[in-house]
Design a protein around this ligand. Structure first.
Ligand code: NI
Ligand code: MN
Length: 226
């Protein structure tokens, strides 16, 4: 599978049979590679309800006729707007035509319009994708948790992990996450988008290398094969 980093936690994953967009946050992200209007995809996968993970989901899904895959509450939210949506929940997997998607736990929150009248958006999730004989884990926004060792069972070709700190794991906990997940390749995400989550991704990669892990810090717009 070909993985393109579009900034923050947004990735375009191209498999032999599908174009999967994860956590679209482009038009309001000054560091994004590209605009929502330019995205071509057939599925939109959403880890949780925060704006920095689904801000462009409606526009992109509508323009592309794409199927939204997310937890039950997020799926129902977008279905109520007339979009195609497939609801799931942590621990559940489903065999789509392109491959299997399983939602995992994540330790975080999940709401839209946080403030006086937030909309509850169900459990925050990580996303495990199996396609073309490859296994990819997008951790969503999460703290470090010991059950990551279960997610690593069967091997991971790539893991996309937050390192920004404050809202999610910081680099130190992300290093421990690598020990639990043991992916063949890890890519840091959810950092440098705002001053609050500024991190040195290259230093993180170097620290990971000392522990025997391969980490590649991608620039917005970069692609890799996994
Ligand atoms: Ni979040
Ligand atoms: Mn976030």
């Amino acid at each position: 599978m070909n993985i393109t980093y579009l900034g923050h936690s947004c990735f375009l994953v191209e498999t032999g049979r599908a174009r999967l967009l994860i956590d679209p946050y482009l038009d309001e992200n000054p560091r994004a590679a590209g605009k929502a209007a330019d995205i071509r995809c057939d599925h939109v996968l959403i880890s949780h309800g925060h704006e920095d993970h689904c801000a462009d989901a409606e526009q992109i899904a509508r323009a592309n006729g794409a199927l939204i895959i997310a937890n039950y509450e997020i799926a129902e939210y977008f279905a109520a707007k007339g979009l195609r949506a497939h609801g799931m929940n942590p621990g559940g997997g489903f065999n789509f035509p392109f491959g299997r998607v399983k939602l995992t736990i994540a330790h975080h929150t999940s709401s839209l319009n946080a403030g006086l009248n937030p909309i509850y958006m169900g459990a925050p999730c990580g996303i495990l994708i199996e396609a073309d004989g490859r296994r990819l884990y997008h951790a969503g926004d999460t703290a470090l948790f010991l059950d990551m060792q279960l997610i690593g069972r069967g091997g991971l070709d790539a893991a996309l992990l937050p390192i920004g700190d404050n809202f999610t794991m910081g680099p130190d906990d992300a290093l421990d996450a690598l020990d639990l997940l043991k992916p063949r390749l890890a890519v840091p995400m959810h950092y440098d988008t705002w001053p609050l989550i500024t991190q040195d991704a290259d230093a993180f990669a170097a620290a990971a290398a000392k522990r025997g892990h391969r980490v590649q810090a991608m620039r917005s717009g970069d692609s890799i094969q996994a």
